[in-house]
Structure formats: C-alpha cells, structure tokens
Design a protein around this ligand. Structure first.
Ligand code: PLP
Length: 478
C-alpha cells in the first residue's frame, strides 16, 4: 500500500530523528497519540496544519537574519527575505493592515515590540531623538540617565486580570508591570461586561499614554470604535492585543466596530491560537509606527526565526482561503452551543454566555475551586484550564473559574451537537466532584473527591466522541 504524502513525511522525519535520539522520536509520537486522545478545550490552543508543521523543520532554522527584508546585518538572507516578505504580505492582505511585522517569537514578544514602538513614538525626549537618529556618540551620561527616567514610569490603562486581561498589559509578573505605571479597568459587577463609560472615566482621570484592549478570558466582543474614541479623547495611543481572537478577525466574524485593525494604532497577536498557525507573534500597525516596530530586533527581540516566519506565511495563506471564514464562524457557533448546553444543565457562566471562542464557567456554583474542577476534569479526559473570574475570592492560583474554548475541537470537525454532548460530560464531572479536606480536617482548595468509576466512564465517553473526529486523519505513523 502506498502512503500519502503527510504520512510519508512525518514517518521519514521520525526515522531520521530516531537514528540520533530515539527518546525524542518516541516523545513526538507520544505527543500525537496524547493529543488524539484528549478532549482539548484549552481556549488558547489549536492544531496547526501538516503544511505549517512541516515548514518549521528545515534549513531556515540555521540562518541568522537580524534586520528586516532587504536590510540585513547578515549576508545570504535572500531566501529569508522571500518568506518574511510573503508572511508580511499575507498578514497585510488578510487583516487589511498598513504594515505587518512578522518576527516576534511569541505574543509576549509582540507586545514588547509594540510597547517600545509606542514609547519611542510618543515620549518627548531629546536624548531619545538623538539616540534614534544614531547620534549615540553625542549622548552624555546625563542624556542616557534622562532617557531611562523618561521612558520608564509611563502610564498604561488595560483590562484587569480578573476581568480577563493579560499579564503583559501592565501586571507585576511581567516587565510591563515594572516599567509602566498601570491602572486597570474592570467589568460591570452585574453584567460582567466592559462598561465603556467607566473606561472613559478612568482614562480621563489617569491620562494614560497607552490604552490597551484585548483579553485572554473575556467571553464577549469589545467595541474597538468606542475604545478608540476614548483613547483619542485623552491623547492615548490605542493598542489592541488580539492574540486570542485573531482567527475570528481573520475569518471576518468580528467586523466593523469589533475588528480592531481599522480602529487601533497598533495591533499585536499570537499566530498559534484561533489563527491556527505556528507558535509565534505578529504586530500590525499604522504607517507612522512602522519604522519603530521594524526595530523590534535587536531592540527587544532575539534574532528572527526564519523557519517560523516561513510557517507563518503558510498558515496565513491558509487563513486567506474562503474555508477559513467558515471555520471561524463554526468556532463561535460551537462556543455558543457549549455555553447553552452548560446553562441548560444549571451551570453559571461569566456574562451569561459568549460571543467569541471561549466560555468562562464559574464553578463556585458547583461548590468547587477552579483548581479542583480542572483536576477532576483532567482525570476524566477533559483538558481545560482554571482561570480567575471577576472579583475572584480564590485569587489567581486556586481561582473560581474554568476557561474553555472551541478553536481546537472545531479544527477536528466537531459541531454544535457534539458541543452539547461535551457540555453533558463537563456537567457530569463538575456535579459529581466534591471538595476534599486537608489531613487535619480543614477544607482544602486543591483536594477533591470524584468516584473513579465516574471519571473512567466520562473519559470513555469523551474518547468515543473523539473517535468520530480523528485528529490529522491523513497522518499514519504506523
Ligand atoms: N496576549 C494575550 C492576550 C494572551 O492571551 C497571551 C497568551 O496566552 C499572550 C499575549 C502571550 O502569548 P505567548 O504565550 O505567545 O507569549
């Protein structure tokens, strides 16, 4: 029997790897087997296409290419220029952006590039101006001191972590929280929605240099036209981090006021979540920020990863095909079906539902912490992650929420009927799990009790459900 191209390619690659370090080849094979078996509801994960995956394993990995297309600090970058230019072109066309920078290695890195570009564009600093035009030798020690003082401590207003914002939007565990003076806007305590009047009030009081929109765990759309008006009213640069929902923008599910690209000065994203590309980041911006954005490497980034930029070009080409719009719409349809299934069974959801790719379950209604719920679901073959809910009494470690998302299961082909079955499995586990106790009898936020027979039965049902939707059906590793 002759093998198809994908099976031949992956089998051959594993054979070559196995000859050097068989344990790595085994781990790669085991990872595919595990992914095939698990009901993956992690909102930030997906399954890249075989073409995208294969594009990362080649000679581009060996190439240094600091600089940008046509202006490199290394010789022999003509082929890297080809793939970087292609990825940028696909990104501009796909999102209707004036400029695209495809070098960031991840979403965090893309945000750092954006922060630097905004600081360099906006902060009034004669020393910085000199440094930018490369008169660095003319700068005195006092100039450098002034430059550091002026660049630090600028103001950023972003969404609070427990309302669904991201660490890189000015929170302490990330450098952004150390270099910026940050304030957050939350969500309405009753509806759970962004209250634009409150954002405007906070912006008027705080006068941020940067207004950030974008989230990791907010299950609703954000009106970027209104956010831009707020930014303009206080002279802030408006930045959107669309890492989570880039696929919904690419697939034209988020249009008009909900498409960040025409409204923001600068947009950052990851390429591996709903966009379904390789692990990486990207920055899209208005022409006036392009020059600063292109300084990302070596300003804050290590050397570009040409093999990943090539894979970005492939994945972005895929996202420009008409069937990607259908995929993006199905992600949202599935998330809504999952939300409805949970609500119908008595679950409590932050904001009462979803209009994007994710659902945030408040598991305190089941008497559990997020940590207990996450582990009980994992025991039952359902992979999710715990997440804070607004004003979470259990903090960021134990949490009271479970975040689930549909990009990965939608890539496997599951539809709304299967989402209802998934809701049933989740509800069964959460309603059968009881909080556990510490050895001294006090209540534990981590321990839980779930009958192994229930966990096994749900895991079997999850596996049966997935068996109708094989992952990478064309890939047979033998
Ligand atoms: N921005 C947002 C909104 C995210 O949700 C994430 C990751 O979860 C990131 C940035 C960081 O992305 P990465 O893990 O690629 O650095």
């Amino acid at each position: 029997m002759s093998l198809n191209a994908e099976s031949t390619a992956f089998r051959s690659a594993l054979e070559v790897i196995r000859a050097v370090e068989p344990r790595v080849a085994d781990a790669i094979g085991a990872e595919l087997a595990d992914q095939r078996e698990s009901l993956k509801l992690i909102a930030s994960e997906n399954y890249a296409s075989p073409a995208t995956l294969l594009t990362m394993g080649n000679w581009f990995s060996d190439k240094y290419a600091e600089g940008t297309v046509g202006r490199r600090f290394y010789a022999g970058c003509q082929n890297v220029d080809t793939v970087e230019a292609l990825a940028a072109e696909h990104a501009r066309e796909l999102f209707g952006a004036a400029h695209a920078y495809v070098q960031p290695h991840s979403g965090i890195d893309a945000n750092l590039v954006a922060f630097w570009a905004i600081l360099a564009d906006r902060v009034e600093s004669p020393a910085l101006k000199k440094a930018q035009v490369r008169q660095v030798n003319d700068l005195t020690e006092a100039d450098w001191f002034a430059l550091r003082r002026e660049l630090g401590n600028q103001r950023m207003l972003g969404m609070s972590l427990d309302a669904g914002g991201h660490l890189t939007h000015g929170f302490r565990p990330n450098i952004s929280g150390k270099m910026f003076d940050q304030r957050s806007y939350g969500t309405d305590p009753v509806t759970g929605l962004v209250d634009y009047d409150k954002v405007a009030e906070a912006a008027r009081e705080f006068k941020p240099l940067i207004l950030v929109a974008g989230y990791s765990a907010y299950p609703r759309k954000v009106n970027f036209r209104i956010m831009r008006e707020i930014a303009d009213s206080v002279g802030a640069t408006f930045m959107v981090d669309m890492a989570h929902f880039a696929g919904l923008v690419a697939g034209k599910v988020f249009t008009g006021d909900f498409d960040p690209v025409p409204h923001a000065h600068i947009v950052t994203t990851t390429t591996h979540k709903s966009l379904r590309g390789p692990r990486g980041g990207m920055v899209l911006c208005q022409p006036e920020l392009a020059d600063q954005v292109d300084r990302g490497c070596p300003m804050v980034l290590g050397g570009p990863l040409p093999h990943v930029m090539a894979a970005k070009a492939v994945a972005l080409a895929e996202a420009r095909r008409p069937d990607f719009a259908d995929y993006a719409q199905r992600i949202v349809d599935n998330a809504q079906a999952l939300a409805e299934g949970l609500l119908r069974r008595g679950g409590t959801l932050v904001t009462g539902g979803t209009d994007n790719h994710l659902v945030l379950i408040d598991v305190s209604g089941y008497g559990l912490t997020g940590r207990q719920a996450e582990q009980a679901l994992l025991d039952s073959g359902i992979v999710t992650n715990r997440n804070s809910v607004p004003q979470d009494p259990n903090g960021a470690w134990y949490t009271s929420g479970i975040r689930i998302g549909t990009p990965a299961l939608t890539s496997r082909g599951l539809g709304t009927a299967q989402m209802d079955e998934t809701a049933e499995l989740i509800h069964t586990v959460l309603s059968q799990t009881k909080p556990g106790a510490n050895p001294d009898g006090t209540p534990s936020k981590a321990k839980y009790v779930l009958d192994a027979a229930v966990a096994d039965r749900v895991a079997k049902q999850a596996s049966d459900l997935l068996s109708g939707y094989p992952l990478y059906p064309a890939v047979d590793l033998g």
